[in-house]
Design a protein around this ligand. Structure first.
Ligand SMILES: Cc1ncc(C[n+]2csc(CCOP(=O)(O)OP(=O)(O)O)c2C)c(N)n1
Ligand SMILES: [Mg+2]
Length: 276
């Protein structure tokens, strides 16, 4: 398997989905509060491919920015579209909107909106079941006290889980340097958890995969959110885009995948929108 290409396929699905989602938010067709993960797709895409290689279907505990987790781990696109359109045919019958997507088919648990709550809930689920688990937290969510308590317990019980910190440097619009003088990697290490700062490069994520699902691991992954916290507006700040970097590295095959998925997703949206 060409790992990098497989990850790109998933990331391309997520990216093209989010680009159209942003357009439909801006056009007023999506009216639920929506959190797009444009720019951050390579984290869940890499973890999904790594899990597949390991033949593991982990429990997934995301937070509000969860479309890429759902799509990368094999959630059905039409069900997500219908959910964003508030329909009862949506993945959560129109009740979860964008922020709380859950789907038992892919072992994904929806978030309740309290930042960081998926930390202790995910640790508890892993402790009770001993099933491989991935907990996705933002760089702000890890500042919650209950996340830290849960980390300590995961360490003590040597649980087979991964804490993934999607470190986009933002809590809504406030940067890390204004909020704290510590790094979560150091905190996790103080709990005797294996912890690393890495970029959202698929190869960098894979380089830590030998530790996955055997003991608690924390990856603080630096990534760039390319949109505002909520809604379809692009960020004014000029940030590097992992999608373009990977596209350049892979070359022509990536361009073809991107074009195919763009069309597939456009057609999927149009079909769902036509269906009243
Ligand atoms: C306990 C709690 N405090 C504050 C909020 C309001 N809030 C919602 S999202 C958010 C920022 C989350 O940032 P982060 O965890 O880094 O995720 P990102 O949006 O960057 O993906 C905040 C403060 C909340 N929902 N819950
Ligand atoms: Mg953040």
């Amino acid at each position: 398997m060409n790992y990098r290409l497989e990850v790109f396929k998933k990331a391309s699905m997520c990216r093209n989905f989010e680009l159209l989602t942003s357009n439909y938010i801006n056009e007023g067709k999506i009216y639920v509060p929506t959190y797009v993960s444009t720019g951050q797709e390579f984290i869940s895409s890499s973890l999904s491919v790594i899990s597949k290689i390991k033949k593991i279907k982990p429990f997934l505990f995301g937070q509000h920015r969860c479309h890429s987790i759902y799509l990368a781990f094999g959630g059905k696109i039409n069900l997500l579209i219908d959910e964003l359109l508030g329909r009862d045919s949506g993945v959560n019958n129109g009740f979860s909107g964008s922020a709380s997507i859950g789907n038992s088919k892919i072992n994904m648990f929806g978030h309740d909106g309290l930042m960081g709550s998926n930390g202790p809930i995910g640790v508890g689920a892993c402790f009770a079941s001993k099933k491989p688990t991935i907990i996705f937290l933002g760089d702000a969510a890890v500042e919650e006290d209950y996340v830290l308590g849960a980390m300590g317990w995961a360490s003590k019980k040597k649980l087979p889980l991964i804490f993934i910190v999607e470190d986009n440097n933002f809590s809504i619009g406030t940067k890390k340097a204004i909020r704290r003088n510590w790094e979560i990697k150091d905190v996790a290490r103080s709990f005797k958890i294996k912890a690393f700062d890495i970029k959202d490069c698929p190869v960098a994520i894979k380089s830590k995969s030998k530790y996955f699902f055997k003991q608690p691991v924390l990856l603080n992954i630096f990534t760039n959110r390319l949109n505002e916290h909520r809604g379809g507006e692009a960020l004014r700040e000029n940030k590097s885009d992992r999608y373009l970097i990977e596209m350049k590295k892979i070359g022509k095959k990536a361009i073809i995948i991107d074009q195919k998925l763009k069309k597939f997703i456009k057609d999927s949206w149009q079909k769902r929108l036509e269906k009243q």
